[in-house]
Write a protein that binds this ligand. Sequence first.
Ligand SMILES: NC(=O)c1ccc[n+]([C@@H]2O[C@H](COP(=O)([O-])OP(=O)(O)OC[C@H]3O[C@@H](n4cnc5c(N)ncnc54)[C@H](OP(=O)(O)O)[C@@H]3O)[C@@H](O)[C@H]2O)c1
Length: 328
Amino acid sequence: MESGLAEAIVLREHGGPERLRLETVEVGEPGPGQVRLRQTAVGVNFHDCYVRSGLYRTLPLPGIPGLEAAGVVEAIGPDVPDLRPGDRVAYFTARYGAYASERLIEADLLAPLPDAIDDRRAAAIMVKGLTAQLLVHRVHRIGPGDTVLVHAAAGGVGILLCQWARHLGATVIGTVGSEDKAEVARRLGCNHTILYREEDFVARVREITGGRGVDVAYDSVGRDTFEGSLDCLARLGHLVNFGQSSGPVEPFAVARLSKGSFSLTRPMLFHYVRDPRELRQMSDQLFEAIGTGVLTVREPRALPLTEAEEAHRLLEARATSGSVVLLP
Ligand SMILES: NC(=O)c1ccc[n+]([C@@H]2O[C@H](COP(=O)([O-])OP(=O)(O)OC[C@H]3O[C@@H](n4cnc5c(N)ncnc54)[C@H](OP(=O)(O)O)[C@@H]3O)[C@@H](O)[C@H]2O)c1
């Protein structure tokens, strides 16, 4: 590729995965506080599917989707004191633009990568790992004795969430869409798995917990599971709806929470990492969790950047386990 140009996936209209088209784009020189990054692996998130379909209207069109990537610093603009060309870094950004071979990015969003974390894993864990981290430490403080329900337990976020909750002493019940996924989820954190396409997960949760229910239900599936998640809660239980892989949750009567003095939250990662210092602290804590073995990060499924369309199809068809990355 000619210098100053990059390959990128550009979204011009909302719609199906076929809307993700490869184009050549101008990158330009880094301005004050910026670097030019050669991206080696780009994380794919379910969020990208919402952006592509138009469920989320947060990316102005035409635009380049993608929230996270890993790469190597190529060039540095003025006022970037602590990075050098050749440094390996990873990032998460709410400003999109990750589906590209090169990009400009604010230096204070970049987390230097420890040698022990390879680029593919790094690109796969910024959004998902930071999300798991805030879910177990901040949205709900998981501790010994808690019983936790995690939907899509073998998914990108799910598999990290299960491991972290288990490490903090919780008993973890995970729902999964297939026996293969159940096997992965049990190996990496779940005490119990439920095949929620075949079994009534509410009845199984009641059975596993001796009728008590769970202290917290982490629900990223949304429409198909929300009602059941509410029915799984123990007295004073907390329902955390943090995604909608099956579709948005229907309107909800708040008075229903009085059944067990339940609480309901709908957290978004963006709101927890507004400040670059906070982002750096959280990513250091995430890398430490990986370095000390709290989290095992599986090798992500890798596809060429040119196959972004296929990556979205796989994710929406529930055909993935763990994370997917695109390789420019
Ligand atoms: N709030 C935040 O800040 C935040 C941050 C990151 C991610 N998220 C959310 O967390 C969720 C997980 O994200 P991810 O990128 O790690 O994806 P993922 O969990 O790897 O993929 C989605 C999984 O959801 C399950 N699922 C259930 N019903 C589905 C349906 N109708 N269509 C598609 N999938 C369905 C499938 O697992 P089974 O086959 O096991 O059912 C599927 O593999 C997403 O909803 C995402 O939006 C939220």
